[in-house]
Design a binder for this molecule. Structure first.
Ligand code: ASP
Length: 445
């Protein structure tokens, strides 16, 4: 059995629904289907989820929410009517509108995109509709509850049945809807695949898998046919936006392969994500290069800091109590840099500096904004000498100043900090260096 998830563009309109149906009917193992809310049909179209968030916001202030809801309703009814479906969603859409007017929650509003998309898809495929609120459980604090979810999935999905499940949301025990973060239908698919220990999790989207670099920066980057979970985790955490980065964990727990495929080009090989990949020295050294802009570095200097056993604990607790995630923490003997997202600071820079001063008594602290992080990723890197030299040499030749370096002990990832405005140049420099002129084979191989 396979779990297949279709993203927003795959469910955008009736013609996309038809493509989904032909993919489903081409393989009898595709019994569990997870869907996103209808996405964009053309470049400047609106995603249903964005419209639902807007509608909720406008309803809260009492201006114009009904108009937005009318457009949302129209999109669903257009799909229903173009496919000549027997189901009539109109009464239920009207009920939802009333609930929104009466003050239903933001998460409830957002979830209705996936809910109605799944209702239509179930009817069109002749599969059973299974509400995510009945199988994906969140606890009282709004945290995903893996144990209960597993039980609910196994109880509700009977072997040999065919189901369509809305992605992106679940519910607390009292029925209140909770959503994952944006793009979270990928997570639903992975959770269901993992709970059922299926043979494969297919994630159908509008691109033919991962590329070695962002195509907005590099012309025609190499497609990646096979990547490992670890490589993908690094690449998607660092901005390669094909799959939600949290979608990797559930599938990985059970070693389930994730196959990224293109609904608009179903015959293309896509990217297969596996627990391990057989790589030889002849394969490319790098799997890919990705990155994210807009980080901030807080540099803290204190003579003999490592001799104060509580120094790092006190420093980190300043960030913990302010709810700020530390992404990296490179250090040298008397200095440490904390790397955080600029938008996570929410104007707390001054407060953070004052608290570090009080609790850690540093000799010097400063903040530098405008840092981009770049991940150079590839499990094959661990087997070769000279990879870092090649990365640093290429960046030096391109006149790019490296402001931070961090390499994990697993040795398949080098993280570099560079100025935001060097970001695109750095990505294309590294891509050209590794993918256009492969490293000369080591003499011993
Ligand atoms: N519809 C949601 C979003 O736009 C979730 C998803 O598509 O995965 O974020």
């Amino acid at each position: 059995m396979k779990v297949t998830k279709f993203g927003g563009t795959s469910c955008a309109d009736a013609s996309q629904f038809k493509k989904v149906k032909s993919i489903i009917t081409a393989d009898s193992e595709r019994k569990i289907v997870i869907v996103s809310a209808p996405g964009k049909r053309f470049a400047d179209d609106h995603k249903i989820t964005d419209m639902l968030y807007l509608c909720h916001q406008l309803m809260e202030i009492g201006i114009g929410g009904e108009e937005v809801f009318t457009s949302i309703k129209k999109r669903f009814l257009e799909i229903q009517n173009s496919l000549n479906l027997a189901i009539d969603l109109e009464p239920e859409l009207d009920e939802v509108e009333q609930k929104l007017i009466a003050g239903a929650s933001r998460d409830y509003a957002a979830s209705r995109g996936e809910y109605f998309s799944a209702k239509l898809m179930a009817e069109y495929l002749g599969y059973q509709f299974l509400d995510a609120a009945d199988i994906i459980r969140f606890d009282q604090n709004g945290r995903y509850d893996e144990n209960i979810t597993r039980i609910l999935i196994k109880e509700n999905i009977v072997k040999d049945g065919c189901f369509v499940i809305p992605g992106f949301y679940g519910a607390q025990e009292n029925g209140s809807i909770v959503t994952f973060s944006r793009g979270g239908s990928d997570i639903t698919g992975s959770i269901v695949a993992s709970a059922l220990s299926v043979e494969k999790y297919e994630n159908w989207t509008d691109v033919s898998g991962f590329l070695a670099a962002d195509p907005k920066i590099v012309d025609n980057p190499m497609p990646l046919h096979i990547v490992t979970y670890d490589e993908l985790r690094e690449l998607s955490y660092m901005g390669a936006a094909v799959l939600h980065h949290e979608a990797i964990f559930p599938a990985r727990q059970r070693g389930i392969p994730i196959h990224i495929l293109n609904t608009n080009a179903p015959d293309e090989p896509g990217t297969l994500i596996l627990p391990k990949a057989k790589r030889t020295k002849e394969d490319p050294i790098l799997t890919g290069v990705a990155g994210v802009k807009d980080f901030m570095v807080i540099n803290v200097e204190k003579y003999r800091m490592t001799e104060d056993l509580s120094f790092f604990r006190k420093l980190c607790s300043v960030f913990e109590t302010n709810g700020i995630q530390i992404h990296h923490m490179p250090s040298s003997i008397d200095t440490v840099s904390l790397i955080v997202r600029e938008d996570s600071m929410q104007g707390k820079e001054r407060k953070i500096l004052e608290e570090i001063d009080i609790y850690c008594s540093p000799d010097r602290i400063d903040i530098t904004p405008g840092l981009a992080l770049l991940a150079v990723v590839g499990e094959n890197m661990a087997m070769r000498a000279g990879v870092s030299a090649k990365v640093f040499g290429a960046l030096a030749k391109a006149g790019i100043n490296i402001r931070m370096i961090s390499q994990g002990s697993s040795e398949f990832n080098i993280i570099l900090g560079i100025a935001n405005n060097d970001f695109e140049k750095a990505v294309s420099t590294i891509y050209d260096e590794f993918f256009k002129q492969p490293l000369v084979k080591p003499a011993s191989s």
